[in-house]
Design a protein around this ligand. Structure first.
Ligand SMILES: [Zn+2]
Length: 127
């Protein structure tokens, strides 16, 4: 039986247009000898649980505003890189996680909190 808390992760190891496995930023990271070079891209670098990238909730904002703390909703993460051969920008990984609505952590005076999964609600967006 599938565990709903397990993320769905798809990876794409070659350019969907030309089929090249060359990737612009990941290949630079490899040349620099960086760990997890394949997780580097135009909008991302390795994080504790994988690459960060474009991310956001997939839920109606009105439903989210009315939802109780702990309400579950899908959250996508889509890191991108460019093909090293033809230049096409594409997602090399697509993730769907189940996130929970949570309270905003306290923001220290003069500083901005940066939660890994930002809380969403009225007036709150991705930062
Ligand atoms: Zn290509």
């Amino acid at each position: 039986m599938k565990d709903e808390n397990q993320p769905i992760i798809k990876t794409f190891d070659k350019c969907p247009v030309c089929g090249s496995t060359e990737r612009f930023v990941a290949d630079l990271a490899r040349k620099e000898g960086l760990e997890n070079a394949e997780m580097y891209g135009l909008n991302c670098r390795p994080g504790p649980q994988g690459p960060h990238g474009f991310m956001g909730p997939v839920i109606d904002e009105k439903k989210m505003a009315a939802a109780l703390i702990g309400h579950k909703f899908p959250l996508y993460i889509a890191p991108i890189d460019a093909c090293g051969k033809c230049g096409l920008v594409y997602t090399f990984r697509q993730e769907v996680h189940i996130a929970k609505k949570m309270l905003l952590p306290a923001t220290p005076p003069g500083g901005r909190g940066s939660p890994i999964i930002p809380p969403f609600g009225p007036g709150k967006g991705l930062t």
